[in-house]
Design a protein around this ligand. Structure first.
Ligand SMILES: [Zn+2]
Length: 130
């Protein structure tokens, strides 16, 4: 891969990482013990002597936030892995993890954290039921 492309992808990944972390911190706290893990804060509606209605509302909000947290966290992990690859094994970045061939540049531009080429991605996602 060309050095210019590599720098561009790194920039793109770092930018997305910043956005993801900012989004996560809006409703979650960074877990100090587990790297890359976030804990969703329990929402507080109204005052302490909350009505059962408010309690139920809080639980609903909380479970929605947990789902969002999971999505953002998973994406953040992919980004961190891709960044680590660029930093430590830049020669491997952009190579399909299954067939070891270069991943299509357009695919990487859409998602620089892609781990497989289009060919392998299609093969693994439409596995016939055995
Ligand atoms: Zn492949």
């Amino acid at each position: 891969m060309k050095q210019d492309d590599l720098i561009q992808f790194k920039k793109q990944l770092e930018e997305e990482k910043r956005f993801l972390e900012k989004d996560l911190l809006k409703f979650a706290d960074k877990d100090k013990k587990v790297k890359g893990d976030y804990d969703t804060r329990f929402p507080q509606i109204g005052d302490r002597s909350a009505s059962p209605d408010e309690d139920a509302q809080e639980v609903t909000i909380y479970s929605n936030l947990l789902a969002i947290e999971h999505t953002l966290e998973t994406r953040l992990q992919e980004i961190n892995e891709a960044l680590e690859k660029i930093n430590k094994h830049s020669e491997d970045f952009g190579l399909c993890e299954i067939c070891k061939k270069p991943i299509e540049l357009l695919r990487l531009k859409t998602n620089p954290a892609s781990k497989t080429c289009i060919n392998c991605a299609t093969k693994t996602s439409v596995k016939p039921a055995s």
